[in-house]
Structures are given as C-alpha cells and as structure tokens.
Design a protein around this ligand. Structure first.
Ligand code: DP6
Length: 345
C-alpha cells in the first residue's frame, strides 16, 4: 500500500468559467477561458491510499464517509472514470481518499477546486511512484485536475498567484488535442499582488439548497439565447482588458472589470430558463456598498457569499463595511497565495 498527501489551495475567478463546450462536455473543456486568484489560507488536504484492486473507491470528506449515493461521491467516481479512459491502469487499484477542507468557517466556502486539485496531484504522484506514469509536468497535472472539476485546473500551478485557464479548443483538431490544450498556468506570482487583500464575506447562515454549478452551467449553455455572445465578449474583450489592467497594475481598472464580469455572469444565471438566482438581499447590499469604491471589487460564484478584492491600505475599512452587513465573525481577510504542496506523512 502507498499513501500520498497533498495540500492544495482554492481559487476565485475574476473572469468566470460557466459552461462546457458541447462537443467536449465529458472532458470538462470550457466554452471560454477564465482567470483566477489563488487564495492563501483556504485549502484542502487530501490523503490518497492506493493498493491493488479493481477500481474501488472509498471517500471520506471532512472526517465523514461519503456514501455512493451522494453527489460528492458521483464527482469522485466520474473523475476516476474520466482518467481511466486515458490511463487504463487506473482500474487496477483500490483508492481510499480522505479530504479535509481547512477553510475558516467565517469564509463560508467549500470548494471542489481545492479538493480535486489535491486529489489529481496526489494521484499523479502515487502513479509515478508505482511506475505507471512518468513525472507529469504542471500543464499535464492541471489537465488531470480539470477532469475532476473544471475550476480545479486553476488550483494546480505551483506558483499560484494569478492563473489563466485556456479554453484551448480553438486550435484543436481532435478530442485529445482539445483536452491537452485546455490547461491552466500562472501569469503572475503572488508577490506581484502585495498591494492587494482578499476578503471573504459569509452571507448564508447554513448550506442553503441551491443549484450546483455543474447542473446550472449546463442549463445556461442550453437556454440562454445570447450565451455565445457573452462568451465571445468575455473571451475577446473583457479577459484581455483585465490582463492589460493587471500588467499595468491599474488596480482601479481591474476592480471595475472584475465587478462587471461578476455582474455579467449572474445576469446569465438570471436569464437561464428556469432562472438561477444565487444572490440574495445581503449579496446585493454588498454590491451596492462596494460598487462605487474605486479601490475594491466584489465577485460572487454559485452562491450568495461574496469575495472582495481591495487595496491593502483600504482593506480594514472595506472589511468594516462588510462586517456592518454580514456581522462580526463572518468575514475573513487574506491575500493572494501560492500553489499546492506535498504533505509530510
Ligand atoms: C461559478 O468547477 O465547480 O465557481 O467543472 O462542473 O465541476 P465543474 O464546475 P465547477 O464550476 C465553477 C463555477 C464558478 C466559476 C469559476 O470558478 O470560474
């Protein structure tokens, strides 16, 4: 038996991933590229035990055994099914996965990105040790993580910081090429963002019932009448504009465009049939509080909790404003961080 441990960070997108290309849906190749910050202090720690078997999986999340009928188990099973298509030896082993989300409860976040990034890196390490795989480079590792959960691809690059996940399919002549070309890489290391802070604001009181990203984005691709127009605008206009703002360290411009991208994403969710409404009254209160500030930006994913980026010198004030909305003990301040690390056993 072999055990491998990996700790991997979560990430928050400035330009969102929301939809898989219909031709490559099973490979989790996205309709558009996305850009994210790797987050310090929010990570998943995953231990993977491997022994010979027939592809059996046992999965523990935060100390609890996940049943085969639970959706979390489905995601893990899908991941192993997906990788076994490229790596036949996957089915020659039995896997025991124990994943722990070390997220401050005040952040209100749980993340498949951190978990699948850690699992993919651990799987590759184990298979290299067992002699089934050569040493995979970071690009290959991010492709592997993508097969578990799209956003996990962006948590893989070891330098973390600002990461781009290329949609990749534009130049693909086959399915295999589309998959190989859709990977994530670091554009700027964390130290480039020493002027910035990241503040989490937890809005939801407990895990509310909400549409999961995987199901929600599928409905958006199917039913939003101008979905591909939005994709085109983000790919060709908004994403290059955000990268230009980062290159020039024009943080005000980066904040403005980040807010725009979050709003556009939630507008797409609203226009999905039936509509997907992730934001609640507290979320919109955060939006109207942060919107006029030139030194901060909000962004929301598939839920009502906010992540706010702010100039470090204004971050205390911004956190106070957020506390006034979500209450003390429901904010968590951190910064842009690095990528995955091995865990000593
Ligand atoms: C709103 O990566 O969770 O957070 O690929 O189906 O597992 P699957 O989806 P997932 O979707 C994340 C969506 C998002 C935006 C983002 O992180 O870019």
């Amino acid at each position: 038996m072999l055990t491998v441990g990996v700790e991997s960070p979560t990430n928050i997108a400035l330009i969102k991933y929301w939809g898989k290309h219909p031709k490559y849906e099973h490979l989790l190749v996205p309709t558009k590229s996305s850009v994210s910050f790797t987050i310090a202090g929010l990570h998943a720690k995953t231990l993977l035990k491997v022994e010979s078997g027939k592809g059996e999986i046992e999965f523990h999340l935060n100390g609890k055994k996940i049943k085969e009928t639970q959706s979390e188990f489905d995601y893990v099973r899908n991941f192993f099914d997906n990788i076994s298509r490229s790596y036949k030896f996957t089915k020659d082993y039995r896997y025991e996965i124990s994943s722990q989300n070390d997220f401050p409860t005040a952040s209100g976040f749980a993340s498949s990105a951190a978990g699948f990034s850690a699992l993919a890196v651990a799987f590759a390490k184990a298979m290299t040790k067992l002699g089934n795989l050569p040493h995979l480079n970071e690009r290959q590792l991010s492709v592997l993580a993508r097969l578990g959960s799209g956003s996990a691809a962006r948590s893989v690059p070891s330098r973390g910081g600002l990461v781009i996940w290329h949609r990749g399919f534009d130049n693909a002549r086959s399915e295999a090429e589309a998959s190989d070309l859709s990977y994530a890489e670091t554009l700027y290391e964390p130290s480039y963002f020493s002027d910035l802070s990241v503040i989490y604001a937890k809005v939801e009181s407990e895990q509310e019932k909400k549409t999961k990203s995987r199901a929600g984005m599928k409905e958006s691709v199917r039913s939003v009448y101008d979905y591909w127009q939005w994709v085109d605008y983000e790919e060709k206009v908004l994403l290059p504009a955000i990268l230009a703002a980062v290159r020039e360290k024009s943080w005000g411009e980066m904040f403005r465009l980040t807010k725009q991208a979050s709003n556009n994403f939630h507008a797409v969710c609203w226009r999905t049939d039936p509509p997907i409404i992730y934001l609640n009254d507290k979320s919109t209160e955060i939006m109207s509080t942060i919107q006029p500030l030139g030194y901060a930006a909000y962004t929301f994913d598939a839920g009502p909790n906010a992540v706010v980026f702010a100039l470090r010198r204004n971050s205390e004030e911004v956190e106070e404003r957020l506390k006034a909305i979500v209450g003390k003990g429901n904010t968590y301040r951190t910064e842009v961080g690095g990528g995955p690390k091995g865990v000593e056993l």
